[in-house]
Design a protein around this ligand. Structure first.
Ligand SMILES: *[C@@H]1O[C@H](CO)[C@@H](O)[C@H](O)[C@H]1NC(C)=O
Ligand SMILES: *[C@@H]1O[C@H](CO)[C@@H](O)[C@H](O)[C@H]1NC(C)=O
Ligand SMILES: *[C@@H]1O[C@H](CO)[C@@H](O)[C@H](O)[C@H]1NC(C)=O
Ligand SMILES: *[C@@H]1O[C@H](CO)[C@@H](O)[C@H](O)[C@H]1NC(C)=O
Ligand SMILES: *[C@@H]1O[C@H](CO)[C@@H](O)[C@H](O)[C@H]1NC(C)=O
Length: 478
């Protein structure tokens, strides 16, 4: 692809990613009452006076963990204990980007107990928070994301999949020294979008390092939502989905099918291919690629047009439009207002309330400069399946960004034997989606959910999460 075309393409991707929405479609839920019971633990990271926080029956902690003393790298975490913390497993949640915050998306827009409210001033209680079922740990990873930082700026030039997995691993080991009661706890890793790469990569690292008993982490499984898995399959799925959901014409689809070789490292040098894919992205620019059937925001505040678009032209020839992790960019703005408030930063132990950190939900520079991305994590799936880990993959079926077809193409390349064939699964007497179980892997869809599934289907998602933790089949009768 010539540089101009690529610039247009990437610019379009950037617009898709950064387009602010005004309509807040994510539903909000009332207060979750109950007895106050404090869990075990307690240290200087305990959060005691978070502005606008609703009443909670559990403890939560936030702060930094140093992952590299030489270079001065520190990762920010927010940890919500479950109601009966000692009886529940530990789950690490990661969002993608790369460059996006798991605190800004996962914790405060999707599955955490406190969701950022629409005025950016306070928080609302989430009655379907996943900390009902597990102790939930959210990381801003790698350094450069959210509050996480490095004192050595050259670190930011070396960010990639391996760097991220290594720092996340070191984070976990150091975090366990802060929270020793979780050291031997049953552990799972979950995430969505580009975390489709992070999660298996970290799981593999844990699996390998577990050879040393002193480092052992009791990793039992991974959970992946609309995950990027294998670039070639993800692209093919994105194209076929756009066509089958009437976003592009038969003609454009035909050109892409005939001229694009997504297995090549030089996909965009084919002019027909790159023009047709550009056309696809142009159509998605008109709607919300992360949620095909909901409205976009008209007008609204300026998005982050800060010149970072220029760097997009420097990207490798075969790049995925992998922005962003989250669903509703209007909420992104509220999150930004909330996390940049001095008293919030003080309560979360990221600043003294005077010298503030500059928090944003996604760091576009990280996205642009990402230097190491595994083209496929399918080989890691094979290794983890062989190791006996529980692997569940779910997909909101109205997402155009990492659509259900991409995931099905990727999973089918594993060639796993089917143990329980395709069937509906139910929640509250309705079909919540479809499910197919394989030897070593479970795949399920969420009917009518976009990219960030829990945002659209909070109650269904919590039920699904609970079944995953128990390793129990989803309800197959009404
Ligand atoms: C919260 O969820 C629980 C269990 O799902 C339910 O019993 C309760 O009524 C809900 N509370 C509110 C305020 O929605
Ligand atoms: C700290 O980070 C640097 C750069 O990533 C690396 O070369 C070094 O080995 C790390 N130090 C430790 C103790 O891990
Ligand atoms: C980074 O530098 C600041 C200022 O010198 C220091 O306070 C902080 O502890 C350093 N962070 C790490 C992780 O070493
Ligand atoms: C594509 O990959 C091949 C084999 O790894 C390599 O020789 C070639 O230089 C690559 N081409 C581009 C454009 O990166
Ligand atoms: C925070 O970063 C944004 C760009 O990401 C910049 O425009 C703004 O001036 C920064 N604010 C502070 C207080 O440094």
């Amino acid at each position: 692809m010539d540089i101009l075309l690529r610039l247009t393409l990437l610019y379009t991707l950037a617009l898709i990613a950064l387009l602010p929405l005004e309509h807040v479609v994510c539903s909000r839920h009332g207060q979750w009452g109950g007895r106050r019971k404090l869990g075990s633990g307690g240290n200087e990271d305990l959060v005691t006076n978070l502005p606008g926080q609703p009443h909670a029956d559990f403890r939560h902690y936030a702060g930094y963990v140093t992952v590299n003393e030489t270079n001065g790298r520190a990762i920010f975490y927010w940890f919500y204990e479950a109601i009966n913390p000692d009886e529940k497993p530990l789950v690490l949640w990661l969002n993608g980007g790369p460059g996006c915050s798991s605190v800004g998306y996962g914790a405060t827009q999707e599955i955490g107990p406190f969701l950022v409210d629409i005025d950016g001033q306070g928080l609302k209680f989430n009655n379907f928070s996943w900390n009902r079922e597990a102790n939930m740990l959210f990381l801003e990873s790698p350094v450069g994301v959210g509050f996480s930082y490095s004192n050595t700026t050259s670190d930011y030039e070396n960010l990639g999949d391996d760097f991220t997995a290594n720092d996340a691993y070191t984070f976990l080991q150091n975090w366990f020294t802060k929270f020793p009661s979780y050291r031997t706890r049953t552990f799972y890793i979950a995430g969505e979008s580009y975390a489709g790469k992070y999660v298996p990569e970290l799981a593999e690292l844990i699996h390998d390092r577990n050879q040393d008993p002193s480092l052992h982490i009791d990793l039992k499984g991974i959970l992946l939502g609309n995950p990027e898995t294998s670039d070639a399959e993800d692209w093919r799925g994105m194209v076929d989905y756009a066509w089958s959901h009437a976003v592009i014409s038969d003609e454009t689809h035909k050109i892409i099918r005939e001229s694009c070789d997504f297995n090549s490292n030089d996909t965009w040098s084919n002019k027909d291919c790159s023009e047709a894919v550009d056309e696809l992205l142009k159509q998605y620019n008109e709607i919300d690629i992360y949620s095909l059937y909901t409205s976009v925001c008209i007008g609204s505040t300026a998005s982050s047009h800060d010149g970072s678009m220029q760097t997009m032209a420097k990207r490798a020839s075969k790049m995925m439009p992998r922005m962003m992790g989250g669903y509703d960019p209007c909420l992104d703005g509220y999150a930004k207002a909330f996390y940049n408030a001095p008293d919030v930063q003080k309560a979360l132990h990221v600043s003294d309330g005077h010298r503030l950190k500059n928090w944003s939900i996604c760091n576009t520079k990280i996205f642009n400069d990402w230097s190491d991305s595994k083209p496929s994590v399918i080989p890691i799936y094979k290794k983890l399946i062989a190791a006996g880990l529980r692997i569940w993959v779910y997909s909101g079926d109205t997402d155009g960004r990492v659509p259900v077809l991409s995931t099905r193409y990727s999973l089918s390349s594993l060639g796993l034997p089917i143990t329980k064939p395709w069937r509906p699964w139910y929640h509250e007497k309705q079909v919540s989606g479809w499910i197919q179980e394989y030897e070593g892997l479970t795949f399920a869809t969420f009917r009518g959910a976009g990219h960030a599934v829990p945002c659209f289907k909070p109650s269904n998602s919590l039920a699904f999460f609970s079944a995953f933790l128990l390793g129990k089949s989803l309800p197959s009768i009404r």
